[in-house]
Design a binder for this molecule. Structure first.
Ligand code: ZN
Length: 194
């Protein structure tokens, strides 16, 4: 009896509360798409994406192409112009109701904004961003060590590229010493003659 009384006085959840609950329970794939963009496989000549549905539409040779977002599974349909040719006005139309749990609860549409999904995604991602920064930093440090080792290996060769003949060639050194001795002797001889 007491609990019945209690239940009767609990106020109904506000749209903000209901939206917060929905946002917290939204799976990562749906959240990432709602915060960003869907990932519908691209249409390219030669081979349409796997899992595509193409159905005739209308009486002018139009077609409807249906694919699902590769991340959240939301189906999207594109209607071609005549004879299957996509016109500039052809764009993907998403079937939100086809994906259970994708839409925010009724009555919360005015509460939830794209920014709310981005903030929620950012909070769930923060630890991964920090961990990835550590991985990138250690990769940068390893690349620097490799570069430093490469420079150290290259430097001696660069020094010897223009060798000093007197420093590296014993014969050149000897010739220089002999020449100096000869000049000295000649100078002494001239001195003696004077
Ligand atoms: Zn999606």
């Amino acid at each position: 009896m007491a609990s019945k009384t209690f239940l009767s006085v609990v106020p109904p959840a506000t749209p903000e509360q209901r939206f917060s609950e929905y946002l917290a329970g939204l799976d990562d794939d749906k959240l990432a798409c709602k915060a960003g963009t869907h990932n519908i496989p691209k249409l390219k000549p030669g081979r349409l994406p796997e899992g595509v549905d193409v159905r005739r539409f209308g009486s002018q040779g139009q077609f409807q192409i249906t694919l699902a977002c590769e991340d959240c599974g939301l189906p999207a349909t594109l209607t071609t112009g005549n004879h299957g040719v996509l016109g500039p006005e052809s764009r993907w139309v998403y079937d939100y109701a086809a994906l259970p749990g994708f839409l925010a609860p009724k009555g919360t549409g005015r509460v939830g904004r794209k920014a709310d999904y981005r903030v929620e995604l950012g909070q769930r991602l923060a630890a991964d961003v920090i961990n990835a920064a550590a991985v990138t930093a250690s990769r940068d440090a390893a690349a620097k060590r490799v570069e430093a080792a490469r420079r150290a290996a290259v430097t001696p060769r660069q020094v010897h590229r223009r060798p000093n003949a007197h420093a590296t060639n014993p014969r050149a050194r000897k010739n220089t010493r002999d020449g100096e001795r000869k000049m000295h002797a000649e100078r002494q001889q001239r001195g003696g003659q004077l």
